[in-house]
Write a protein that binds this ligand. Sequence first.
Ligand SMILES: Nc1ncnc2c1ncn2[C@@H]1O[C@H](COP(=O)(O)OP(=O)(O)OP(=O)(O)O)[C@@H](O)[C@H]1O
Length: 344
Amino acid sequence: MSAIQISAVRKQFGKQEILKSIDLEIRDKEFTVLLGPSGCGKSTLLRIIAGLEYESSGSIRIGEREITSLAPRDRRIAMVFQNYAVFPHMTVAENIAFGLRVRKDSEAHIQRKVKETAALMHIEDRLDHYSGQLSGGQRQRVAVARALAMEPEVLLMDEPLSNLDALLRLEMRAELKTILAASDTTTIYVTHDQVEAMSLADRIAVMKGGQIEQYAPPSEIYHYPATEFVGSFIGNPPMNFIPPDARWNHPTRPEQSSQQVHKCGIRPEDFEVRFEPTENFAPVRVLVSELLGSHKQLTARFGDEMIRVNVPSDLDVGNGSDIHIRPLAEKVRFYDHSGHLMSA
Ligand SMILES: Nc1ncnc2c1ncn2[C@@H]1O[C@H](COP(=O)(O)OP(=O)(O)OP(=O)(O)O)[C@@H](O)[C@H]1O
Protein backbone atom coordinates (compact mmCIF):
# COMPACT_ATOMS: atom_id res chain seq x y z
CA MET A 1 0.00 0.00 0.00
CA SER A 2 1.40 3.37 -0.95
CA ALA A 3 -1.44 5.77 -0.40
CA ILE A 4 -0.10 9.18 0.62
CA GLN A 5 -1.60 11.20 3.41
CA ILE A 6 -0.57 14.82 3.69
CA SER A 7 -1.87 16.41 6.89
CA ALA A 8 -1.83 20.11 7.74
CA VAL A 9 1.46 20.72 5.92
CA ARG A 10 2.59 24.33 6.15
CA LYS A 11 5.69 25.93 4.73
CA GLN A 12 7.16 29.33 5.39
CA PHE A 13 10.17 30.87 3.70
CA GLY A 14 11.12 33.66 6.09
CA LYS A 15 7.89 35.52 6.83
CA GLN A 16 6.20 34.36 3.66
CA GLU A 17 3.67 31.55 4.00
CA ILE A 18 4.07 29.47 0.83
CA LEU A 19 1.86 26.51 1.82
CA LYS A 20 -1.15 27.17 4.04
CA SER A 21 -2.08 23.95 5.77
CA ILE A 22 -2.35 21.45 2.93
CA ASP A 23 -4.48 18.33 3.51
CA LEU A 24 -4.46 15.80 0.71
CA GLU A 25 -5.19 12.08 0.60
CA ILE A 26 -3.77 10.40 -2.46
CA ARG A 27 -5.01 6.89 -3.13
CA ASP A 28 -2.75 3.94 -3.73
CA LYS A 29 -1.60 3.60 -7.39
CA GLU A 30 -3.40 6.75 -8.50
CA PHE A 31 -1.95 9.44 -10.74
CA THR A 32 -2.37 12.85 -9.12
CA VAL A 33 -1.49 16.09 -10.85
CA LEU A 34 -0.70 19.25 -8.89
CA LEU A 35 -1.87 22.05 -11.17
CA GLY A 36 -1.80 25.78 -10.61
CA PRO A 37 -0.33 29.10 -11.70
CA SER A 38 3.34 29.90 -11.30
CA GLY A 39 4.34 30.45 -7.68
CA CYS A 40 1.32 28.72 -6.07
CA GLY A 41 3.57 26.23 -4.26
CA LYS A 42 3.36 23.06 -6.40
CA SER A 43 7.09 22.37 -6.54
CA THR A 44 7.51 23.21 -2.86
CA LEU A 45 4.86 20.64 -1.92
CA LEU A 46 6.48 18.03 -4.17
CA ARG A 47 9.93 18.72 -2.73
CA ILE A 48 8.55 18.38 0.80
CA ILE A 49 7.08 14.96 -0.08
CA ALA A 50 10.48 13.98 -1.53
CA GLY A 51 12.28 15.18 1.60
CA LEU A 52 14.32 17.76 -0.34
CA GLU A 53 12.67 20.52 1.65
CA TYR A 54 11.29 20.41 5.19
CA GLU A 55 7.77 21.45 6.13
CA SER A 56 7.40 24.12 8.82
CA SER A 57 4.69 21.92 10.38
CA GLY A 58 2.42 19.02 9.51
CA SER A 59 3.02 15.39 8.63
CA ILE A 60 3.19 13.00 5.69
CA ARG A 61 2.51 9.25 5.63
CA ILE A 62 3.06 6.76 2.85
CA GLY A 63 0.93 3.70 3.54
CA GLU A 64 1.53 2.91 7.19
CA ARG A 65 4.89 4.69 7.31
CA GLU A 66 5.31 8.15 8.78
CA ILE A 67 7.98 9.67 6.53
CA THR A 68 8.09 13.25 7.80
CA SER A 69 11.45 12.90 9.48
CA LEU A 70 13.03 10.40 7.06
CA ALA A 71 15.94 11.28 4.76
CA PRO A 72 15.04 11.35 1.03
CA ARG A 73 16.78 8.01 0.32
CA ASP A 74 14.74 6.24 3.00
CA ARG A 75 11.36 7.34 1.65
CA ARG A 76 11.13 4.79 -1.26
CA ILE A 77 10.40 7.66 -3.60
CA ALA A 78 11.91 8.40 -7.02
CA MET A 79 11.84 11.80 -8.63
CA VAL A 80 12.08 13.07 -12.22
CA PHE A 81 12.88 16.72 -12.79
CA GLN A 82 12.30 19.14 -15.64
CA ASN A 83 16.00 19.42 -16.49
CA TYR A 84 16.57 15.65 -16.89
CA ALA A 85 19.42 15.45 -14.32
CA VAL A 86 21.05 12.73 -16.43
CA PHE A 87 24.76 12.35 -15.62
CA PRO A 88 26.79 13.39 -18.68
CA HIS A 89 29.87 11.27 -17.85
CA MET A 90 27.86 8.04 -17.72
CA THR A 91 26.32 5.96 -20.46
CA VAL A 92 22.58 5.46 -20.65
CA ALA A 93 22.96 2.02 -19.04
CA GLU A 94 25.08 3.43 -16.20
CA ASN A 95 22.59 6.24 -15.67
CA ILE A 96 19.68 3.82 -15.39
CA ALA A 97 21.70 1.56 -13.06
CA PHE A 98 22.87 4.42 -10.85
CA GLY A 99 20.31 4.27 -8.04
CA LEU A 100 20.32 0.46 -8.03
CA ARG A 101 24.14 0.43 -7.57
CA VAL A 102 23.92 2.96 -4.73
CA ARG A 103 21.32 0.68 -3.16
CA LYS A 104 23.73 -2.26 -3.67
CA ASP A 105 21.29 -4.43 -5.61
CA SER A 106 22.78 -7.59 -7.16
CA GLU A 107 24.48 -7.23 -10.54
CA ALA A 108 22.05 -9.70 -12.12
CA HIS A 109 19.07 -7.69 -10.88
CA ILE A 110 20.64 -4.44 -12.09
CA GLN A 111 21.24 -5.85 -15.60
CA ARG A 112 17.68 -7.13 -15.79
CA LYS A 113 16.13 -3.83 -14.63
CA VAL A 114 18.30 -1.78 -17.03
CA LYS A 115 17.15 -3.91 -19.97
CA GLU A 116 13.55 -3.93 -18.87
CA THR A 117 13.15 -0.20 -18.28
CA ALA A 118 15.20 0.77 -21.34
CA ALA A 119 12.85 -1.35 -23.46
CA LEU A 120 9.82 0.19 -21.77
CA MET A 121 11.08 3.69 -22.58
CA HIS A 122 12.22 2.71 -26.13
CA ILE A 123 15.89 3.50 -25.57
CA GLU A 124 17.25 -0.05 -25.64
CA ASP A 125 19.37 0.78 -28.71
CA ARG A 126 21.03 3.72 -26.87
CA LEU A 127 22.41 1.90 -23.82
CA ASP A 128 26.06 2.57 -24.73
CA HIS A 129 25.56 6.24 -25.63
CA TYR A 130 26.60 9.18 -23.45
CA SER A 131 23.94 11.79 -22.69
CA GLY A 132 25.64 14.37 -24.95
CA GLN A 133 24.80 12.08 -27.85
CA LEU A 134 21.10 12.06 -27.00
CA SER A 135 18.22 14.34 -27.92
CA GLY A 136 16.23 16.11 -25.20
CA GLY A 137 13.45 13.57 -25.55
CA GLN A 138 15.85 10.65 -25.18
CA ARG A 139 17.48 12.21 -22.13
CA GLN A 140 14.10 12.56 -20.51
CA ARG A 141 13.38 8.91 -21.30
CA VAL A 142 16.63 7.99 -19.51
CA ALA A 143 15.56 10.03 -16.47
CA VAL A 144 12.19 8.26 -16.36
CA ALA A 145 13.81 4.84 -16.90
CA ARG A 146 16.24 5.52 -14.03
CA ALA A 147 13.34 6.39 -11.74
CA LEU A 148 11.22 3.38 -12.75
CA ALA A 149 14.17 0.97 -12.40
CA MET A 150 14.12 1.69 -8.67
CA GLU A 151 10.55 0.30 -8.48
CA PRO A 152 9.62 3.13 -6.15
CA GLU A 153 6.40 3.09 -4.18
CA VAL A 154 5.93 6.70 -5.14
CA LEU A 155 7.07 8.51 -8.27
CA LEU A 156 7.29 12.31 -8.17
CA MET A 157 7.61 14.28 -11.41
CA ASP A 158 8.19 18.03 -11.66
CA GLU A 159 7.26 19.37 -15.10
CA PRO A 160 9.11 16.48 -16.78
CA LEU A 161 7.95 17.36 -20.29
CA SER A 162 8.34 21.12 -20.23
CA ASN A 163 11.70 21.18 -22.03
CA LEU A 164 10.42 19.17 -24.98
CA ASP A 165 8.97 20.59 -28.18
CA ALA A 166 5.20 20.39 -28.66
CA LEU A 167 5.07 17.24 -30.77
CA LEU A 168 7.50 15.28 -28.62
CA ARG A 169 5.64 16.42 -25.55
CA LEU A 170 2.42 15.00 -26.91
CA GLU A 171 4.10 11.71 -27.77
CA MET A 172 5.82 11.38 -24.36
CA ARG A 173 2.59 12.31 -22.59
CA ALA A 174 0.75 9.45 -24.25
CA GLU A 175 3.61 7.04 -23.46
CA LEU A 176 3.90 8.09 -19.84
CA LYS A 177 0.20 7.59 -19.41
CA THR A 178 0.34 4.05 -20.77
CA ILE A 179 3.50 3.08 -18.88
CA LEU A 180 2.40 4.45 -15.54
CA ALA A 181 -1.11 3.04 -15.83
CA ALA A 182 0.48 -0.40 -16.21
CA SER A 183 2.79 0.06 -13.21
CA ASP A 184 1.78 -0.10 -9.56
CA THR A 185 3.32 3.26 -8.75
CA THR A 186 1.52 6.07 -6.99
CA THR A 187 2.46 9.16 -9.00
CA ILE A 188 2.40 12.88 -8.21
CA TYR A 189 3.07 15.10 -11.19
CA VAL A 190 3.52 18.87 -11.17
CA THR A 191 2.54 20.98 -14.14
CA HIS A 192 1.02 24.34 -14.99
CA ASP A 193 -0.29 22.94 -18.28
CA GLN A 194 -3.98 22.20 -17.91
CA VAL A 195 -4.15 20.00 -21.01
CA GLU A 196 -1.37 17.80 -19.63
CA ALA A 197 -3.20 17.65 -16.31
CA MET A 198 -6.55 16.74 -17.87
CA SER A 199 -5.00 14.06 -20.03
CA LEU A 200 -2.78 12.35 -17.43
CA ALA A 201 -4.52 12.61 -14.09
CA ASP A 202 -6.80 10.26 -12.23
CA ARG A 203 -7.27 13.27 -9.95
CA ILE A 204 -6.17 16.88 -10.20
CA ALA A 205 -5.34 19.05 -7.20
CA VAL A 206 -5.85 22.64 -8.36
CA MET A 207 -3.71 24.96 -6.25
CA LYS A 208 -3.82 28.70 -5.72
CA GLY A 209 -1.79 30.78 -3.31
CA GLY A 210 -0.51 27.83 -1.25
CA GLN A 211 -3.90 26.18 -0.90
CA ILE A 212 -5.81 23.43 -2.67
CA GLU A 213 -8.97 24.79 -4.28
CA GLN A 214 -10.29 21.43 -5.50
CA TYR A 215 -9.11 17.82 -5.60
CA ALA A 216 -11.20 15.72 -7.98
CA PRO A 217 -11.14 13.71 -11.22
CA PRO A 218 -10.59 15.81 -14.38
CA SER A 219 -14.21 15.61 -15.57
CA GLU A 220 -15.50 16.82 -12.20
CA ILE A 221 -12.98 19.67 -12.18
CA TYR A 222 -14.13 20.66 -15.67
CA HIS A 223 -17.89 20.26 -15.25
CA TYR A 224 -18.25 21.19 -11.58
CA PRO A 225 -15.47 23.66 -10.71
CA ALA A 226 -15.63 24.10 -6.93
CA THR A 227 -14.68 27.78 -7.15
CA GLU A 228 -14.69 30.59 -9.68
CA PHE A 229 -10.90 30.36 -9.70
CA VAL A 230 -10.97 26.70 -10.82
CA GLY A 231 -13.53 27.48 -13.56
CA SER A 232 -11.39 30.36 -14.79
CA PHE A 233 -8.13 28.43 -14.65
CA ILE A 234 -9.36 25.28 -16.42
CA GLY A 235 -10.74 25.50 -19.94
CA ASN A 236 -9.56 27.49 -22.90
CA PRO A 237 -11.25 29.91 -23.08
CA PRO A 238 -12.31 29.68 -19.44
CA MET A 239 -15.80 29.34 -18.01
CA ASN A 240 -17.98 32.44 -18.27
CA PHE A 241 -19.05 33.90 -14.93
CA ILE A 242 -22.04 36.16 -15.38
CA PRO A 243 -24.89 37.43 -13.20
CA PRO A 244 -28.04 35.26 -13.31
CA ASP A 245 -30.38 36.31 -16.10
CA ALA A 246 -34.13 36.24 -15.48
CA ARG A 247 -34.83 35.41 -19.13
CA TRP A 248 -33.14 32.07 -18.82
CA ASN A 249 -35.52 30.80 -16.18
CA HIS A 250 -33.03 28.28 -14.77
CA PRO A 251 -34.84 25.13 -13.68
CA THR A 252 -31.76 23.80 -11.86
CA ARG A 253 -31.17 26.91 -9.78
CA PRO A 254 -30.57 25.96 -6.15
CA GLU A 255 -33.43 26.74 -3.82
CA GLN A 256 -31.66 28.46 -1.01
CA SER A 257 -33.19 30.97 1.30
CA SER A 258 -30.02 32.10 3.07
CA GLN A 259 -27.66 32.32 0.09
CA GLN A 260 -28.12 34.29 -3.09
CA VAL A 261 -26.80 33.23 -6.44
CA HIS A 262 -24.07 35.71 -7.27
CA LYS A 263 -22.77 34.33 -10.55
CA CYS A 264 -23.67 31.66 -13.08
CA GLY A 265 -20.76 29.63 -14.45
CA ILE A 266 -21.30 28.52 -18.06
CA ARG A 267 -18.75 26.90 -20.38
CA PRO A 268 -18.45 28.52 -23.87
CA GLU A 269 -19.68 25.33 -25.54
CA ASP A 270 -22.84 25.14 -23.44
CA PHE A 271 -25.01 27.74 -25.20
CA GLU A 272 -27.84 27.40 -27.71
CA VAL A 273 -27.94 30.08 -30.41
CA ARG A 274 -30.86 31.60 -32.39
CA PHE A 275 -30.77 34.29 -35.04
CA GLU A 276 -34.33 35.52 -34.36
CA PRO A 277 -35.58 36.87 -31.02
CA THR A 278 -36.84 33.82 -29.13
CA GLU A 279 -38.54 33.39 -25.78
CA ASN A 280 -36.06 32.69 -22.95
CA PHE A 281 -33.09 33.72 -25.10
CA ALA A 282 -31.02 36.86 -24.41
CA PRO A 283 -29.67 39.15 -27.15
CA VAL A 284 -25.90 39.54 -27.47
CA ARG A 285 -23.73 41.39 -29.95
CA VAL A 286 -20.79 39.47 -31.38
CA LEU A 287 -17.64 41.60 -31.28
CA VAL A 288 -15.21 39.03 -32.62
CA SER A 289 -15.89 35.78 -34.44
CA GLU A 290 -12.87 33.51 -34.85
CA LEU A 291 -12.82 30.33 -36.88
CA LEU A 292 -10.67 27.85 -34.95
CA GLY A 293 -11.08 24.86 -37.26
CA SER A 294 -13.36 22.58 -35.26
CA HIS A 295 -15.59 25.48 -34.11
CA LYS A 296 -16.04 29.23 -34.10
CA GLN A 297 -15.24 31.14 -30.95
CA LEU A 298 -17.38 34.20 -30.40
CA THR A 299 -16.51 37.04 -28.05
CA ALA A 300 -19.78 38.83 -27.39
CA ARG A 301 -21.18 41.66 -25.33
CA PHE A 302 -23.87 40.52 -22.90
CA GLY A 303 -25.19 43.54 -20.98
CA ASP A 304 -22.13 44.89 -19.17
CA GLU A 305 -20.23 41.62 -19.47
CA MET A 306 -18.08 39.99 -22.12
CA ILE A 307 -18.77 36.34 -22.75
CA ARG A 308 -17.28 33.60 -24.88
CA VAL A 309 -19.53 31.32 -26.87
CA ASN A 310 -18.44 28.40 -29.05
CA VAL A 311 -20.62 27.58 -32.05
CA PRO A 312 -20.30 25.14 -34.98
CA SER A 313 -17.74 26.30 -37.53
CA ASP A 314 -20.30 26.50 -40.35
CA LEU A 315 -22.69 28.81 -38.46
CA ASP A 316 -22.95 32.11 -40.32
CA VAL A 317 -21.89 34.51 -37.54
CA GLY A 318 -19.40 37.30 -38.15
CA ASN A 319 -18.07 40.33 -36.32
CA GLY A 320 -20.96 42.64 -35.43
CA SER A 321 -23.72 39.99 -35.71
CA ASP A 322 -26.64 40.21 -33.30
CA ILE A 323 -27.66 36.80 -32.00
CA HIS A 324 -29.71 35.34 -29.15
CA ILE A 325 -28.36 32.82 -26.70
CA ARG A 326 -29.50 30.58 -23.89
CA PRO A 327 -27.36 28.24 -21.80
CA LEU A 328 -28.20 24.54 -21.68
CA ALA A 329 -30.11 24.40 -18.41
CA GLU A 330 -28.35 21.33 -17.01
CA LYS A 331 -24.90 22.82 -17.67
CA VAL A 332 -25.29 26.02 -15.65
CA ARG A 333 -23.44 26.10 -12.31
CA PHE A 334 -24.26 28.56 -9.55
CA TYR A 335 -21.76 30.41 -7.36
CA ASP A 336 -22.23 32.35 -4.15
CA HIS A 337 -20.69 35.68 -3.14
CA SER A 338 -17.49 34.02 -1.96
CA GLY A 339 -17.04 32.35 -5.37
CA HIS A 340 -17.95 28.83 -4.19
CA LEU A 341 -20.09 26.36 -6.10
CA MET A 342 -23.57 26.11 -4.60
CA SER A 343 -25.15 22.69 -4.35
CA ALA A 344 -28.27 22.18 -6.46
N1 LIG B 1 14.11 28.23 -1.14
C1 LIG B 1 13.23 29.21 -1.22
N2 LIG B 1 13.40 30.36 -0.52
C2 LIG B 1 12.50 31.36 -0.58
N3 LIG B 1 11.37 31.34 -1.31
C3 LIG B 1 11.15 30.24 -2.05
C4 LIG B 1 12.05 29.11 -2.04
N4 LIG B 1 11.54 28.16 -2.86
C5 LIG B 1 10.39 28.65 -3.36
N5 LIG B 1 10.14 29.89 -2.88
C6 LIG B 1 8.95 30.73 -3.18
O1 LIG B 1 7.81 29.96 -2.92
C7 LIG B 1 6.77 30.23 -3.85
C8 LIG B 1 6.29 28.94 -4.44
O2 LIG B 1 7.32 28.37 -5.24
P1 LIG B 1 7.13 27.01 -6.01
O3 LIG B 1 8.36 26.75 -6.81
O4 LIG B 1 6.68 25.97 -5.07
O5 LIG B 1 5.92 27.38 -7.00
P2 LIG B 1 5.36 26.59 -8.23
O6 LIG B 1 3.87 26.58 -8.06
O7 LIG B 1 6.03 25.29 -8.39
O8 LIG B 1 5.73 27.57 -9.42
P3 LIG B 1 6.35 27.29 -10.89
O9 LIG B 1 5.22 26.71 -11.70
O10 LIG B 1 6.72 28.66 -11.33
O11 LIG B 1 7.50 26.37 -10.71
C9 LIG B 1 7.37 31.21 -4.87
O12 LIG B 1 6.93 32.50 -4.52
C10 LIG B 1 8.86 31.07 -4.65
O13 LIG B 1 9.50 32.29 -4.94
